[in-house]
Design a protein around this ligand. Sequence first.
Ligand code: TZP
Ligand code: MG
Length: 221
Amino acid sequence: MDLSLYFVTGRELLPPGKEYLESLEEALQGGVTAVQIREKNSDTLEFLQIARQSKILCMKYNVPLIINDRIDIALAIQANGVHLGQTDMPVHVAKTLLPTGMVIGVSCNNMDHVRKAIEDGVDYIGIGAVWGTTTKELTNPIIGVRGVGSLLQALDGTFIKAVAIGGINSSTVLRTLHGSVSPSGHRLDGIAVVSQIAASATPRSAAQRLKDSFEAWVHGF
Ligand code: TZP
Ligand code: MG
């Protein structure tokens, strides 16, 4: 799964006059490679409807769709995966509920989280918050790019992918990518972004700019 530009939705951040599905489609056109539906304030029915509609769009652009927190909704819409926080359903339980092939990602803020994720055999981890953010009330410390690097190093020898999240925007993206390379040379597989895309009046160009930065970094510029 290509996690290089991982868009995590934030419907509450939409600028005035922008519809959610319009914004999501523009983000997909801008080159988002994976989408996570994150609905913190919706009831089950609303979450399900949003997830269904989002899936249709993601399929149109051949982009995988991940559901935050809700295994039941992921199953109901046959999503490509789930993203679990440290206080959500434990991975070993999730694995008994999900069909094989469904991706499991976990949020990690420290080395204990990463060790557990490796033990549990997750597919990817989201490391953060790397920078400060106003999108989520942080209960864990901000870890900075060097912090991300040391967690990345713990993934050496595994096939677990990693993205960084938290405060990544057009001015922090390159510092995030360059600064987080571990002493052993382990690199991020991608960046996860909420507000830079979700709050934009022009999500297509917001996504495109982030994608260009990622590509430039991958190709060594
Ligand atoms: N987890 C850690 S930081 C964060 C989440 C969901 C929010 C990131 O949002 P933004 O707007 O990209 O800083
Ligand atoms: Mg959660």
